[in-house]
Structure formats: C-alpha cells, structure tokens
Design a protein around this ligand. Structure first.
Ligand code: UD1
Length: 417
C-alpha cells in the first residue's frame, strides 16, 4: 500500500499549473459514447478516475487511448450496453455511462456505482428523470436493467434537488432523444456548462447550461470533435489551501478564477492576499491566519462541499473559531479524526464542525478516508511539526495528478513510498 511521507514546516513557493478538471473530464468521456466518431480530449487529468473511465469505454467496445494529457476515444463500434459490476464499483462517476449508453443504444445494464463513502448516495433523481423520458427500469440485486421501448423522448423535468450527476445524466440521455427536454432546478456547476459546450461542439443543441433551466433539443446524430477540458477549480483551491496552511507564496496558472468566487474570498478572510488576473492567481499566505465567518456548503454558486476538508485543514492553525455546516453529504467529516490526532481542536455535532484554532499541529500516522478528506490531511501535514505518514493514497490519486510531484516542485518535503 502506498503512503505519502510529509515533513511539515516547509513554506511553499513557486508556480503550479492547474490540472484539467476531474468532474468535467468524467462526464465528457462518457459523452464520447454518444458521438460515434473520434473524439480528442486535451487537458485530461492523469488521475485514477480517468483511467477507470478509459476501462469502461474499452469494455463497451470503444477504442480508447491516453497519451500525455490527451485522451482519444472512438465510439464508432460500440459492441456492448452492459457494464460489469467490478468497473462500476471503481468510481461514482460510472453512473454517467447510464445516460450516455442509453442515448446511444436504447439499453443499459449496470450495477449501482461505487466511489467515496460520503454517506448515502442514491440515484433516485437520475432514475425518475429517465423514467419520464420513456426508460423502463428494473432494479434488481443492486443492479439496474434499463431499456427504452421505442425511443428516448424529451420531457419536462423538474428536479427535486439540483443534483450535479442527475443534471448531467439527463443531458446525456436527452441529446439524441426525440423532441425537447427542459430541466428546471438544474445544477449550475461550471462542469455542467463544460459538458454542454463539448456536446454542442459535437452537434448537440443544448441551451442554458450553467443556469438553472436547461433546454436540450434532440438531434439525430452527433459527430466527433477536439476539445480542451476546463481547469480543475477544486484542485486549484487545494493548492491554495496547502499554501495558506504551510505559509509561502504561490502562483497558480491555467485556472479560471471566475469559477472560484465561492472559495477565494474565504482565503482573503483568513488574511491571505489573493490577486486573480486572467487565468492566474497570485497568492500569498500571511501568518497567523484568521478564523473565518461560518461556512455552509451549498450547491454552486455556494461554497463547494469538495473544498470543505482542505479549507478546514488550513483553518486548524488560524486564530479564533471557525464553523462549518456540511449541507450536501451526511458523512463528510471523516478527515476530522486525522486532523485531531495532529493536534487540531475540532468538535463535530451532526452537520456542524467547530474548529478552535491551535498554534501547532504535529506529524502523525494517519489514513486518507476519501479523496478530499485525504487532501485535507495533506494540507494539515504540510504545516505540522515533524513527519506525517498518510496511507490509503489511492483515494487521493482518484482526483489529484501526481500530488507529491506538484507539491515538491514548490518546496514541500513530501515523497511517496
Ligand atoms: C458531484 C461531484 C462531487 C461533488 C458533488 C456535490 C462529479 C463527478 N462529482 O457528485 O465531486 O461533491 O457533485 O457538489 O461531478 N442525491 C440524491 N439523489 C440523487 C442524486 C443525488 O439524494 O439521485 C443527493 C446526494 O446523496 C447528495 C446530494 O444529492 O447528498 C448531492 O449529490 P449530487 O449533486 O448528485 O453529487 P454527485 O453528482 O454525486
């Protein structure tokens, strides 16, 4: 089992290029199934979730290769509309293949997806929308057998909650459906607009993505294209949190600060200096950090649940009391155990976590509980006195491209064993 060994207390200084977005790349890779031609995706992050998506594409009969940060996918000869349980278990985003495979073949058999254990992660909103579009769904033994009687048909779908995955799955199912689909109360995350931009480049007719009302006019077929995946706002924010935590000055390039207006002000409240200019962020940490006003995780454009763990980690040494309210997932404080073992003073009561800043953290042996929780432990370990050993690095590798190399390049003392 791989571990990260971190000797804390080194300031971070230098320049980091933002990786491509995981949460944009995964639905776009599933969308390639709909195109029936060659798709070239640039700026694809080299992370294990992307490799899992490549394996699913190959299983379905697509030609899929990955070189540097470019994925080439050709879905001309799809031979299968079933995805094995083993592949579905590898990540939550495997569920995107449901909308895409149904849209392409009218049939899809798969089991319920795996991914980070953040509490219950049902797919009822996905399924009730697909049913409205004419999909018959048999749920049996943890699996789904979905088929379309004649053709997928457009429908008016009002989401009970603006689920990111459900919004994307509906878009995927709707682009080749007969007629018009209108999604109201759609999720507004920037990655949804990226998926729609990609599909429109392939000939789809999607309007309003990025807003809460999305209209999809079904088209007869799509074609291939070349596309550049958007930058990863969560990875970018992670490296800012690492710098806030350890101290130092960082320039992050190739990012999109306009997508981060829900996170950057929190770093300013901590006392850090944040200058965003075009696709760059100039960041300077000022010791001591200050506690911030209560943070409530919300759907976009609210504060992202994906940033909760590493922002909390940075606040462990801030002066004063910070409060988090986690509103999106039931079980997303699993990093708190590791942080408190490092000496952080955190009280969790249901959805609420209260952090009393302490001047020092200490290196310990701990385990990444999930993807962002693991990033939170790395954030804290960079500021801790002594050596930390973080195991279960496979969780972190799901979303971060070579995290130890990126951090080493800006002065951290971190290695993988
Ligand atoms: C996506 C992101 C993930 C992020 C999350 C919330 C990707 C690949 N993943 O996950 O990084 O943390 O958005 O911003 O983009 N829910 C239901 N029924 C459903 C669907 C969702 O009850 O059918 C609930 C979930 O259990 C959860 C909440 O809605 O409590 C948010 O889920 P959703 O927006 O669907 O998140 P994901 O698409 O899984």
């Amino acid at each position: 089992m791989q571990k990260l060994i971190i000797n804390g207390g080194k300031k971070l200084c230098g320049e980091i290029r933002t990786q491509g977005s995981k949460n944009a790349a995964l639905p776009i890779m599933a969308a390639a199934v709909l195109c029936g031609e060659k798709v070239v995706l640039h700026n694809c992050p080299k992370i294990s979730d992307v490799y899992s998506a490549m394996r699913i594409l190959t299983y379905l009969g697509c030609k899929a290769s990955f070189d540097g940060n470019t994925a080439v996918i050709n879905s001309e000869n799809i031979s299968c509309s079933e995805i094995s349980e083993e592949l579905m278990r590898e990540m939550r985003s495997s569920i995107f293949f449901l909308g895409a495979v149904l849209g392409r073949t009218g049939r899809c058999r798969l089991s319920l997806p795996g991914g980070c254990d953040l509490g219950p992660r049902p797919v009822d909103i996905h399924l009730s929308a697909l049913r409205k579009m004419g999909v018959r769904i048999k749920e049996e033994y943890g699996g789904l057998d979905c088929s379309v009687e004649k053709k997928l048909t457009g429908a008016k779908i009002a989401l009970s909650f603006p689920s990111v995955g459900a919004t994307e799955n509906i878009i995927l199912a709707a682009v080749l459906a007969e007629g018009t689909t209108v999604i109201s109360n759609a999720a507004r995350e920037p990655e949804i607009a990226d998926l729609a931009d990609f599909l429109n480049r392939c000939g789809a007719k999607i309007h309003g993505a990025g807003g809460s009302r999305i209209t999809i006019n079904g088209v007869k077929q799509l074609h291939g294209c070349e596309y550049e995946i958007m930058p990863d706002r969560i990875a970018c924010a992670t490296y800012l949190a690492c710098t806030a935590s350890a101290g130092g000055e960082l320039i992050v390039t190739d990012c999109r600060p306009s997508d981060m207006e829900n996170i950057l002000p929190v770093f300013e409240q901590m006392g850090c200096i944040v200058h965003a200019l075009d696709s760059k962020i100039f960041f300077s940490a000022k010791y001591p950090l200050h506690a911030v006003a209560p943070i409530r995780t919300m759907v976009y454009p609210g504060f992202p649940t994906d940033a909760q763990a590493f922002v909390m980690a940075a606040l462990c040494r801030a002066k004063g009391t910070s409060v988090f309210v986690e509103n999106i997932f039931e079980n997303r404080y699993k990093h708190v155990g590791g942080l408190t073992r490092m000496g952080a003073d955190i009280l969790v009561e249901g959805k609420v976590a209260v952090i009393e800043g302490t001047p020092r953290l200490y290196g310990v042996k701990t385990e990444a509980p999930d993807l962002r929780g693991g990033a939170g432990l790395v954030t804290a370990a960079l500021a801790a006195e002594g050596t930390s050993e973080i195991s279960a690095v496979h969780h972190i590798d799901r979303g971060y491209e070579e995290i130890e190399k990126v951090l080493t390049s800006v002065g951290a003392d971190i290695k993988r064993i």
